[in-house]
Design a protein around this ligand. Sequence first.
Ligand code: 1HN
Length: 347
Amino acid sequence: MNHIAPAPGLQALYAEMAPRHLFPLWEVLSALVTPTPHSAARPARWRYAEARDFLLRAGGLISAEQAERRVLILENPALPGTSCITPSLYAGLQLILPGEVAPCHRHAQSALRFVMEGDGAHTAVDGEKALMRPFDLVLTPNWQWHDHGNGSGAPMIWLDGLDIPTVRFFEASFAERLDGPAHPETAPPGDTARRYGRNLRPFPGTAGARRPAAQPLFHYPHAEWDAALDAIAGTDAPDPHLGHALEFTNPADGGPVMPTISAHVRRLPAGFTTRPRRSTDGTVLVVVSGAGTARVGGEEMALEERDLLVVPSWHALEIEARTELTLFAYSDRAAQEKLGLFREARE
Ligand code: 1HN
C-alpha cells in the first residue's frame, strides 16, 4: 500500500469483514510477495558430542522397538514446535543399539540416512539389507518398506533427513506398518549394487529387474563417494563457492536422489575459504571430517568433526577450512527445481 493517509472508514470496514473471514490484501501484500526470500528459519549448529550424549541417555530409557524410531529431532530454534529444521525439511539423529530392531513400515515421506558412527547395522529397503558403514548414504524413497537392525556389537547413530514438512504442506501423508518386526529378506545384501551399481541394469522385463525402475539405487557407500572426491580434488581446482563438490544422483534419470531431496558432498582444501554463496534451498550440512568456521548471514560458527549445521534459504554462506574439510549436505533443491523456484547468487 502507498503512503497516502487511509480513508477514515477503512478500519471499521476491516472490523466488519473479519468475522466473515475476509481481509484486505493491500495490508499484507508486501509481506506475502517479498523481493527476495525472508526465511522463517535461522542458522544453527548442533555439536555432535552434545547431541550424542542425550541420545545415548535416551537409549538407556526407551528401546528402539518401544519408540518405533528412537530419534532426537534437530529443530530449528526459530521454528519451535514444528519438528522442522527448515520450513520444508526434517532432521533427526537416530540411535540403534546392538541387538535392537526398528520395526518395518513405509510412508509417503522420502528419507535419507547418513551414518554418523557405528559399523555393520543395517537398513533393509523392500527386504534388502544395506550394511551401513560410517558416512554411508542410504535412501528409503517414498512408499518403500524399511526396517532397521543392529547386528553389530556397538551403537549405531545416523542422521535422518526427511521431507516431512513438505508432505505435511501438501497434506499427503500416508503410512502403514508391516506385521512383524522385519520385511522378509527379498535379496542378499549388496544385490542391488551388483545389478544396478555399474551403470548397467537388468534388462527390462526380465526376472533380474527387481528394483523400481525409477529409483533403483539406495546405498551410496562412503568408500565410493570419498574416492570420487579424491579423484576430482587431484585434477581440478576447487570451485570458489563450493570447493570440490559432487552431487549424489539417481542413475535412472541423472537427477537428484529423490523427488523432493537433493544431496551432495564437498571438500575444501586446508586453508581454503569459499566465496559467499546464497541459494533458495535451505540446507542441512554435516561435517564428515576436518575443522573450520562457517559464516552464515553474518553469524560465525565453529565446525568440528560430525557437527551439524543448517543454512536457511538465501543466507550467504562462507566456509573457512582450517584443515581439509569434507561435508555432506541435503536440501529441498530437488523439489524447488521441479517447481521452477530454485535460484542461487554467487558473490
Ligand atoms: C522414519 O520412518 C524413520 O524409518 C526415522 O528410521 C525418522 C521421522 C518421521 C517419520 C518417519 C526411519 C522418521 C521417520
